[in-house]
Design a protein around this ligand. Structure first.
Ligand SMILES: [Zn+2]
Length: 587
């Protein structure tokens, strides 16, 4: 049998100690039974079906899935694959000690091969573990499922590069076995989430996108770190208590939720309701450990103009004199009023639930740490690093961003970041930076960041391009490496890029690899100093992608197309070319 990793070969000498190899499949015949608990969680059931389904695709053998009480009803000489927290696993003395936040173990002991991880067992008992509903998409842990994915990737060479079947790689095997295996993994970042969940590509169903993200190990502990959180109150109190909402310059209260909801941050009556709501939610959901308290978007434009709020803005501005602005549209102008509000809520909630968190983003005009503010210990901070050009931007900008991060790290135990690798692409740019993104993730880990939300272009690009969207392709390699890096920062980027090109493009791998690496080089060594992208994105075609470079890139794609003239490799080259059509359009 072929193995895509040296994993089993490396452990081969154990065969002398272990009676015989553990066969899941031998010569296309099933040799093991997949066993799930009698009362399986959604994750355990789905992990079993994913394992069975990919073993079948690879070997044609169909492994039965049985509940524990049936599987062990009569004696057998079979091998058993134990999925999740079965009684048998516990009888064998295996525990999840040391496994946290959606991590997992893979272990063989005698005739048993165990896939078990830390899962969310309390929520989402119905449906699928890759819900299309964005409200449910991220806040769950799926260690057992990731144990299965890890096995399929390492031992069968399965890959999920794109959503749907076109980007799925399942090598054929006659037999699948392990000799002796015993390892545990916890993710380097406990929370891995994307914003811009659906690709809006007519070739893919939304459900395929959702499943693809889960296979990138999207998920995490607790709850979304922070996002605009007041919109739902408009329907509840807009008519009866308009005074709870932000007074606008035209003298009317803002009862429009399109900007994420803006309240009057001086209204104590509303704040009391908010605190009660949060306490009730924490009480009802023991697994939720962060709840967001954050104003709607474009705070500067929609913030409350009542006399009390205005006085607070003026006071806050004194502590942030002109010149404090950092990145584009990011400053500390409203840091004091927003974070004071968050702290007040955290203080009251903390009296009841000291171990749960109130989260807010360091965002736009409340991006900088307010000076001389004492933060409550239960405030979680998500720093929105809006200058996505950090990835290969000038070193001084990167350092400035990390200096801000370090300031926040001093004020919170729970630090997340919101990353925007998409911003470079948002203007149609063919920007690829797999190595750069890995370097940045390594820095974030060192800074104590616990999790990342990654903003992905599909959240706004379809509108820009008249609804037709294939440009996700321009982010795909970077995103693939980014999520691998969030799981383990020490991932081998060269190997990932090599495999990506080999697996997806077969005979066209060489020019495709050159194509991606040339794009990365152009971005890395580009003249970014002029920074006009945000004013006029078409400038980038003058400054970064010269006619000569575009011709080189197009030539490589044409070479790839010739080397893969038909079949699935050709389809993938064509799909890639469609994603990079900007190169022709801006010739
Ligand atoms: Zn107000």
């Amino acid at each position: 049998m072929k193995f895509c990793s040296g994993f089993v070969v490396f452990l081969g000498f154990w065969t002398f100690l272990q009676a015989e190899p553990f066969y899941l499949v031998k010569d296309h015949q099933p040799k093991a039974t997949i066993v799930i608990p009698d009362d399986p969680s959604l994750t355990e059931s789905f992990a079993a079906s994913e394992l069975s389904s990919f073993l079948q695709k690879s070997t044609t053998a169909v492994l039965p899935i049985m509940k524990e009480k049936e599987a062990f009803a009569s004696p057998s000489e079979n091998f058993w694959v134990l999925i999740g927290g079965t009684r048998k696993t516990q009888e064998l003395g295996v525990t999840l000690k040391g496994i946290t936040k959606g991590g997992f173990l893979v272990k063989r002991t005698g005739p048993y091969l165990i896939f078990w991880g830390e899962d969310d067992r309390t929520r989402y008992r119905q449906g699928k573990p890759y819900p299309v509903d964005p409200k449910q998409r991220s806040q769950t842990r799926h260690g057992t499922l990731f144990a299965v994915y890890d096995f399929l990737e390492k031992n069968l060479g399965v890959r999920w590069y794109w959503p749907g079947s076109l980007g799925e790689i399942v090598p054929s095997h006659a037999s699948v076995y392990v000799d002796n295996v015993d390892y545990r993994e916890n993710p380097d970042f406990e929370y891995r989430f994307c914003y811009g969940y659906w690709l809006d590509d007519p070739d893919f169903q939304r459900e395929e996108s959702s499943l693809w993200w889960r296979r990138q190990r999207l998920g995490g502990a607790g709850y979304a770190p922070a996002t605009h959180s007041f919109a739902s109150y408009v329907a509840r109190y807009g008519q009866t208590h308009p005074e709870y909402f932000a007074l606008q310059k035209d003298g009317k209260r803002l009862l429009d939720t399109t900007h994420g909801g803006h309240i009057c941050l001086s209204n104590k009556e509303f704040q009391k309701i908010l605190i009660e709501d949060i306490i009730n939610t924490f009480r009802a959901h023991p697994d939720i450990y962060t709840i967001s308290v954050m104003p709607g978007d474009s705070f500067e434009r929609y913030c409350c103009q009542c006399a009390e709020c205005r006085a607070k803005y003026e006071e806050a501005e004194k502590s942030f004199p002109p010149g404090h602005a950092t990145f584009i549209r990011a400053s500390g102008k409203h840091s004091w009023i927003v974070w004071e509000y968050v702290n007040e809520v955290a203080r009251e909630v903390g009296k009841v639930f000291p171990d749960r968190y109130i989260g807010c983003c360091a965002y736009a005009s409340y991006y900088l740490v307010p000076r001389n503010m004492k933060f409550e210990p239960n405030v979680a901070v998500t720093v929105c690093r809006g200058n996505a050009d950090l990835y290969f931007w000038e070193e001084k900008d990167i350092q400035r961003s990390h200096a801000h991060l370090a300031e926040w790290a001093k004020n919170t135990r729970l630090l997340f970041t919101w990353e925007y690798p998409c911003a470079a692409q948002a203007y149609g740019n063919p920007v690829i930076f797999p190595h750069g993104v890995n370097q940045e993730v390594k820095r974030l880990k060192k800074s104590g960041v616990k999790g990342c939300i990654v903003e992905y272009t599909p959240s706004y690009e379809p509108a820009r391009y008249g609804g037709e969207y294939t440009g996700w392709m321009r982010e795909n390699l970077t995103t693939y490496v980014l999520f691998k890096s969030l799981w383990k920062v020490d991932t081998d980027v060269d190997k990932l890029v090599e495999e990506y090109c080999r697996d997806l493009y077969g005979p066209a791998a060489k020019p495709m690899k050159k194509f991606f690496l040339l794009l990365e080089e152009i971005w890395k060594n580009g003249n970014h100093g002029f920074k006009p992208y945000y004013e006029n994105w078409s400038n980038i075609w003058t400054y970064l992608y010269s006619a000569e470079k575009k011709e080189k890139l197009i030539t490589l794609l044409n070479q790839a197309s010739k080397l893969a003239p038909e079949g699935i490799y050709n389809q993938r080259v064509k799909k890639t070319m469609a994603g990079f059509s900007v190169l022709w359009e801006n010739r």
